[in-house]
Design a protein around this ligand. Structure first.
Ligand code: SF4
Length: 69
């Protein structure tokens, strides 16, 4: 079973927090107004939905080390 994770591009993130709505718990907006991925056992579909909902295309989803979205 691959481990799913996401990476947020800080140069692209504008803090709209759509990712937080799409995948509650998997992302949190920090004091600088940028989203940070929260490590955990997240469902692939939630992470991909978060990536798709990001208006800045700032989120990349990986399965282990393979980019999936
Ligand atoms: S939806 Fe995109 S731009 Fe908005 S906080 Fe999340 S990663 Fe940043």
């Amino acid at each position: 079973m691959p481990r799913f994770r996401a990476v947020v591009d800080r140069d692209r993130c504008v803090g709209v927090a759509m990712c937080v709505l799409a995948a509650p718990g998997a992302f949190a907006v920090n004091d600088e107004g940028q989203s940070e991925f929260q490590p955990g056992s997240w469902d692939r579909r939630d992470l991909i939905e978060a990536a798709d909902s990001c208006p800045s295309s700032a989120i990349t989803v990986f399965a282990d080390d393979e980019k999936v979205s």
